[in-house]
Write a protein that binds this ligand. Structure first.
Ligand SMILES: *Cc1c(COP(=O)(O)O)cnc(C)c1O
Length: 356
């Protein structure tokens, strides 16, 4: 007699839905904050040569094969910080949550924000406290400080800039949050390359701070490489939870290659920031559209009957993210990843038609 699935899988998992990823074949894909550009043909040929040398019969170098040293230079990680590599920063979030998941521990995050913070709390069976942002998505510092004092979170995840809203909180507010937190504070800088500020300079010198970044949003979403920097005493513990071969051979080679050509990605990030202002200006000109300030590679807007616009764009083979239904505060909100100039022109043309 075999037990049925629903008597073996945890009830809280049974009640969940899998993370939704929309089919995007044939669409202008502006739903997942990917960089719109592939590498040039020359660079791809060179990368292909390097990948052909890979020893895919061997396990990867568990320490990352020199990647940490390269990331330290590229991301300005201070000398007194150590580095943890993850299979995407999604995995880094998982490792941190698992390592801190003592019985009764609390994970805290702002809302609306990146859903993986809460999901990982559920997976690791710890308490989760979501602290609401203001209705315009700015940080309500007194409310957050109060929640920290009351709940004493083992870890607070704070996206800087925030996803899915795009805004960056003030540095002083975030420093006050770190100061007031008894536990670890993880500053998630997935959008750091598109932002005007970073707390990376403080990694290693502030006791309870970990700064997390990823190569995904700058143009390497396919290779899955994220990393975190913090004091060695933290990184050493987190590293015990990490699967030893989490960064595969092909990712190590591709990331090293990308970091030796980091200028290409920096130029693309600069171009996307320029495109972001053009697109923001265009979006704000339509009646009833509120564009939220963004320091990320996407723009979040609110407008009446957002579902209709979402469906319209979909009918025009443009895929964005409909944020409605993800969180009560995101009702009638849509998120546009900033694309290439051509893609953004197509978006604006479709919007012109919609609002005509
Ligand atoms: C996209 C994103 C991540 C996940 O990045 P990966 O490295 O691709 O796993 C983490 N945090 C935030 C806020 C994000 O938007």
């Amino acid at each position: 007699m075999k037990l049925p699935v629903d008597q073996l899988i945890r009830p809280d998992i049974l009640a969940m839905k899998a993370y939704p990823v929309a089919a995007a074949e044939g669409f202008i894909k502006l739903d997942a904050m990917e960089n719109p550009w592939r590498l040039s043909q020359d660079l791809l040929v060179e990368l292909g040569r390097q990948l052909a040398e890979a020893h895919i019969n061997r396990y990867p170098d568990p320490s990352g094969g020199g990647l940490k040293e390269m990331l330290r230079v590229a991301a300005g990680i201070p000398g007194n910080a150590d580095i943890l590599l993850g299979n995407g920063s999604d995995e880094v979030i998982t490792l941190i949550t698992q390592a801190l998941a003592r019985p009764g521990a609390t994970v805290m995050a702002l809302e609306p924000s990146f859903v993986m913070y809460k999901l990982n709390a559920v997976f690791s069976r710890v308490n989760y406290v979501g602290v609401p942002l203001n209705h315009d998505f700015t940080l309500n510092l007194p409310v957050l400080l109060d929640a920290i004092a009351k709940n004493q979170p083992a870890v607070l995840f704070l996206a800087y800039p925030n996803n899915p809203t795009g805004n960056r909180y003030s540095r002083d507010d975030v420093l006050a949050v770190i100061e007031a937190s008894p536990g670890l504070v993880v500053i998630d800088e997935a959008y750091g390359p598109f932002s005007d500020d970073s707390l990376m300079d403080l990694a290693g010198s502030v006791d309870n701070l970990i700064v997390m970044r990823t190569l995904s949003k700058v143009g390497l979403a396919g290779i899955r490489l994220g990393y975190a920097a913090g004091q060695p005493k933290w990184i050493a513990e987190l590293d015990k939870v990490r699967p030893p071969y989490n960064i595969n051979v092909l990712t190590q080679i591709t990331a090293r290659f990308a970091l030796t050509h980091s200028g290409v990605f920096e130029e693309q990030a600069a171009a996307l920031r320029r495109e972001r202002s053009h697109l923001a200006e265009a979006l704000a000109a339509y009646p009833g559209v509120r564009v939220y300030p963004s320091e990320a590679n996407f723009l979040t807007i609110r407008l009446p009957e957002a579902d209709l616009l979402y469906a319209w764009l979909k009918s025009r083979r443009i895929l964005i993210k409909n944020l409605g239904g993800m969180h009560p505060m995101l009702e009638n909100c849509l998120r546009f990843t900033v694309g290439s100039p051509d893609e953004n022109r197509a978006v604006i043309a479709a919007l012109d038609e919609y609002f005509r």
